[in-house]
Design a protein around this ligand. Structure first.
Ligand SMILES: [Zn+2]
Length: 327
């Protein structure tokens, strides 16, 4: 399972190339406006210039490399990998689990200006994600005590068991206990444009990647890749990829939503986060592997919001959704 298809590698290469671009993209107009009203706004000059440029050519924000897999998940007590791949992705026990626990962790008050700052920020959030996901993962029969390895780097190309990934995108590799790669310079580059946007981006990215870890432990990640390899058309393979990626965003957002009162995800940070999730998506001319901005925003907010004060992983069943909802 280590070998990725040529198509996948091409897709990754494209994503990587675009990622470098994303890191230097002008901040979207609305994000600049919301940050402008916050005390933590970046220097007004650079942001307003960026906003003007962005208004002329709005480009989706690239989400991540992708969630990949290169081995079986650690065995959980109730995890069955004998069901059909469709059953694993569509009727997984994860979807019947209870509310996601609020970790009650607070956002770390540290500047994201430097590599060390991003490491400190993400390391704390990582612990919170682990704590929040333990109960749903246990209920799903997965190996809930397994934490992935968090790897920070400042490289333009990373060699992982899932292959070489280029560019400044975070990605997840389902190998061993799971490997989670974070290029810190993408965050520090965003910080130069807006510290608040950088916080929203860092929070959302790590939460999304942890969503891939949840997929890995529950068997969804491996089963989805098996399904994708069995699909004969490129368009069909991309739809499967989008279901996987949109689900990771939904799961990540569900976790952010579960802990929103404590982090807190409110005020300027919340505004930037909403902007981010509504403007993340596939680049024009690039691989259609993550989904449109519209659908990305929809699934992210489906995860974040709940009818009650609780959020559930079951809201994130992208594998049972119509094609139009994952376009
Ligand atoms: Zn992803």
């Amino acid at each position: 399972m280590v070998n990725l298809s040529r198509t996948t590698l091409r897709g990754l290469a494209t994503a990587g190339a675009l990622a470098g671009l994303a890191a230097t993209l002008a901040l979207p107009a609305q994000a600049a406006q919301t940050s402008g009203s916050a005390a933590t706004a970046a220097t007004a000059g650079s942001v307003s210039t960026a906003a003007t440029q962005a208004a002329a050519t709005p480009k989706p924000i690239l989400l991540d490399g992708t969630g990949m897999v290169a081995g079986p998940p650690p065995a959980g007590e109730g995890l069955t990998t004998k069901s059909s791949t469709t059953n694993v992705v569509r009727y997984n026990r994860l979807y019947k689990t209870g509310p996601i626990t609020a970790s009650k962790c607070k956002e770390v008050n540290v500047s994201l200006r430097t590599h060390a700052g991003v490491v400190a920020y993400d390391t704390q959030l990582f612990k919170c994600l682990y704590a929040s996901w333990a109960l749903p993962l246990k209920q799903a029969g997965a190996a809930y005590k397994v934490a992935p390895k968090l790897i920070f780097h400042q490289s333009s190309a990373v060699n992982s068991p899932c292959g070489v990934v280029r560019g400044g995108t975070a990605f997840y590799c389902g190998y061993g206990n799971g490997l989670l790669y974070i290029p810190t310079y993408t965050v520090t580059n965003f910080w130069k444009q807006s510290p608040t946007f950088a916080r929203a981006y860092a929070t959302n990215t790590l939460s999304h990647e942890y969503g891939h870890h949840v997929q890995f432990l529950t068997g969804i990640l491996g089963a989805s890749w098996q399904r994708q390899r069995a699909i004969s058309t490129y368009a069909g393979q991309m739809e499967e990829s989008r279901r996987r990626e949109l689900q990771a965003s939904c799961l990540g957002s569900a976790n952010i939503g579960a802990n929103k009162r404590y982090y807190p995800m409110s005020g300027g940070l919340y505004q930037q986060w909403v902007y981010l999730v509504q403007h993340s998506g596939d680049q024009p001319g690039g691989a259609r592997d993550h989904g449109s901005m519209k659908n990305h925003g929809w699934w992210s907010q489906a995860g974040f919001y709940a009818a009650s004060s609780k959020t559930y992983a079951g809201r994130c069943n992208t594998f049972n959704a119509a094609s139009s909802a994952v376009s």
